[in-house]
Ligand binder design. Structure first.
Ligand SMILES: CC(C)(COP(=O)(O)OP(=O)(O)OC[C@H]1O[C@@H](n2cnc3c(N)ncnc32)[C@H](O)[C@@H]1OP(=O)(O)O)[C@@H](O)C(=O)NCCC(=O)NCCS
Length: 215
């Protein structure tokens, strides 16, 4: 067994693979055949089904069910009570076990509280899903989507700030990190830190709220 923490009220079934430093809080159920990376936090009442794959440093808030078919990359944030599905056309009378549809949450994305992600979609790196959104199609890297059905309302930086104003070279700047971003043909990229590079330690602790940066 690796070195993880489990609250006494949580069930971890035999055959679940859980990385070091992960914390599993009250009333969670982790099923055998699921995979959870290192340094994750699973809040109260989180279920992880057999076949689900969760990377490292993933933060899952209360009341989230992670089903077979869901792949969650490192550093994703899943807000409280967000919902995933794994069958597009479920019927109680038809057994579709083994026909689960894949949903992929890429590195660093955020799923807002109470959002619903319909199966089969890919949520891009550092994409941001607003609270209560219903996502029915793929979301590009760094895109901010909200509403039902979710539509793109701009871009969000790696630190979770809207990228709105362009300088005279057409670049956006994140007010928290100072990183510059460039949009080309509908694709947003950070010019100062590759998407797969870790954040420098000094930039990994927030010091001001969202509204303070918004001004
Ligand atoms: C998406 C979000 C980041 C937008 O924040 P923002 O940039 O400050 O947005 P504003 O409050 O300035 O609103 C801008 C517009 O978007 C709308 N809007 C904001 N959040 C929305 C949401 N989640 N769904 C639908 N519309 C939303 C506002 O009504 C407003 O519309 P208007 O221009 O027609 O008046 C924020 O509302 C949100 O949903 N954050 C997620 C919080 C969360 O789930 N945290 C998890 C637990 S910690």
């Amino acid at each position: 067994m690796s070195d993880y923490f489990k609250h006494e009220s949580a069930y971890v079934d035999e055959g679940a693979a859980i990385g070091a430093g992960t914390k599993i809080w009250h009333f969670c159920h982790i099923m055998g055949g699921s995979t959870i990376g290192a340094r994750c936090t699973l809040g109260q009442n989180v279920t992880v089904e057999a076949g689900a794959v969760i990377g490292s440093n993933v933060k899952v808030q209360n009341n989230v069910s992670i089903y077979n078919g869901l792949i969650i990359d490192d550093d994703a944030f899943l807000g409280p009570s967000c919902v995933f599905t794994n069958v597009t056309n479920p019927r109680a009378q038809v057994n579709r076990r083994g026909l689960y549809e894949k949903t992929w949450l890429k590195c660093g994305c955020t799923i807002g509280a109470n959002a619903t992600i319909v199966c089969g979609v890919t949520i891009g790196r550092y994409a941001f899903i607003g609270a209560g959104a219903v996502v029915v199609k793929d979301v590009p890297d760094y895109a901010l989507v909200m509403g039902n059905p979710a539509r793109q309302h701009g871009w969000m930086s790696r630190h979770g700030h809207r990228l709105q104003q362009q300088d005279r070279n057409g670049l956006f700047m994140c007010p928290e990190s100072g990183f510059r971003y460039q949009e080309k043909a509908g694709t947003m990229r950070c010019l100062d830190l590759e998407e797969n590079q870790a954040l420098p330690t000094a930039l990994a602790i927030g010091k001001k709220t969202y509204d303070e940066f918004k001004g």
